[in-house]
Design a protein around this ligand. Sequence first.
Ligand code: HEC
Length: 195
Amino acid sequence: MRPLAYIMFALMALVTITLSTIFLLMPRMNWSAAVKPSTLENRIASTVRKRWIAIHRPDQRNPLTLTPDNLISGREDYDEHCSVCHGIDGSGKNRIEAEFYPRVPRLTGDTQQLSDAEIYFVIANGVALSAMPAFGERHRPEEIWKLVMWVRHLAALTPDERKKIERETSDQARSHEEMMKSHEEMMRRVPGMAN
Ligand code: HEC
């Protein structure tokens, strides 16, 4: 065979392998979010993510002063936008009773080793191919810096604050259960809706 024929053959083989991988092999793999990512995948993803954050984070410290008002507004924003996934206490236990792939991290653990600028960067940009959304387009920088403050504070809650937050978490769980019960009750009463 002439060299050109070899190249054409190799290219056709490559196209066939790529297309069979996409259309035959990949749809038969397990894409469920209930599966736990493997240790190898976790390591690769976390190395890439850490390097990406370190390279792109803003070269800045938190420009806001730690005041009770700033903390309260950070907490309110956190409870509204973040606690659904990261838990009201930052424990990583989501409030929608579901599995995520990759898992939602505990903000009070290794995350605390990130600098303020790195935490800011993740909140503003999110992480592609994960459930972590980007808040930077629709939140002002001051709001994000206040969130950073609250994320830091979650790892240093006083026993009183922790108790209050735990009480609020169990109150929310209870009101969710009550809502579900009254919903079931309602469905039972509507003719043709009971299953
Ligand atoms: C819909 C779920 C969801 C919401 C809402 C969410 N996160 Fe996340 N967050 C994630 C997931 C999943 C990851 C892990 C991403 C990964 O593995 O790359 C993450 C990662 C992070 C990290 C990086 C942790 C680390 O150790 O690398 C920080 C910081 C963070 N989130 C803070 C927040 C804050 C603050 C908010 C609210 C403004 C928020 N997140 C809202 C799901 C969510």
